[in-house]
Design a protein around this ligand. Structure first.
Ligand SMILES: Nc1ncnc2c1ncn2[C@@H]1O[C@H](COP(=O)(O)OP(=O)(O)OP(=O)(O)O)[C@@H](O)[C@H]1O
Ligand SMILES: [Mg+2]
Length: 257
């Protein structure tokens, strides 16, 4: 199977700090890939580089067989590479439906001719309803985004991502701040997304990682220190050492349920 994403020695420096240090990584199409590592390991920075928000200091990024190292964030998103943010980025004063419609329009633009625009608007709206249903929010379309619970807001972000018609989604800590029940609902929702949609998920909750991911890459101090199946990664002594002192240490040593 071909790779949806290939990173070749990608680095990112903020001034003198090297946040991402020669990371090479291959993500096959349809992957459920988790990226884990202690706070400050460089996970969000790597996502910024992959999504085109920051240019890498060095290295090469290939998306779906094409070199996108020089392609803008908008260009990558239009091509199907979409990221979510660690901190929510909704229009709280707009309705749930409008948030999804705006996400679609941001990526795919609006046609200029009025007739075509009306037809397109109707299609976008219809698809937005379908994405809200996929994200577990049917019936919430008329509510203001600001009136949703924390868990529902993150579900809305999933609908917004789906509206971009992605082939690869980078989720940055999607369950952060969720209750156990919200986390469970979110994991279920991700499990139900189409199999052909490739995902890389940064996640601190290792129960979620071991439930959703078939491959795990571990980042520490900007470098990949381990990569493999959840079982291989859990048994890796470098990983155990990197997590010593981190909140999730105990969880790493328990068996996935
Ligand atoms: N905009 C920035 N300017 C300067 N340094 C930054 C910037 N963003 C992140 N850093 C630094 O880069 C390193 C990697 O940060 P990053 O946010 O990528 O880590 P992370 O793995 O996502 O951590 P967390 O698990 O806490 O989200 C850290 O040392 C951080 O302080
Ligand atoms: Mg982060």
């Amino acid at each position: 199977m071909s790779d949806i994403l290939r990173l070749d020695a990608v680095s990112l420096a903020y001034g003198r700090l090297t946040a991402v240090d020669k990371v090479s990584l291959s993500v096959p199409k349809g992957a459920r890939h988790a990226l884990i590592g202690p706070n400050g390991a460089g996970k969000s920075s790597l996502f910024s580089v992959v999504a085109g928000i920051r240019p890498p200091t060095s290295g090469r990024i290939e998306f779906d067989g094409a070199d996108v190292t020089e392609v803008s964030e908008a260009g990558r998103a239009a091509g199907g590479l979409v990221r979510t943010y660690q901190h929510s980025s909704l229009f709280l004063g707009c309705t749930v439906l409008d948030n999804v419609r705006l996400a679609a329009e941001r990526v795919h633009g609006r046609p200029l001719r009025p007739f075509r625009r009306r037809r397109r608007d109707a299609e976008v709206t219809e698809r937005a309803h379908a994405h809200l249903a996929s994200a577990g929010l049917p019936g919430r379309h008329g509510h203001l985004a600001g009136s949703l619970s924390h868990g529902e807001r993150r579900q809305l972000e999933v609908a917004m991502v789906l509206a971009c018609e992605p082939s690869l989604v980078l989720f940055d800590e999607p369950t952060a701040g969720m209750s156990a029940a919200e986390t469970d609902r979110f994991a279920e929702l991700v499990e139900r997304l189409p199999e052909e949609l490739s995902m890389v998920i940064v996640e601190h909750d290792l129960d979620v990682v071991f439930r959703l991911a078939r491959q795990v890459t571990v980042l520490a101090a900007g470098s990949v220190i381990a990569s493999g199946t959840p079982d291989e990664v859990r048994a890796d002594e470098h990983v155990q050492r990197a997590y010593l002192g981190a909140d999730s240490t105990d969880e790493l040593f328990t068996e996935a349920s």
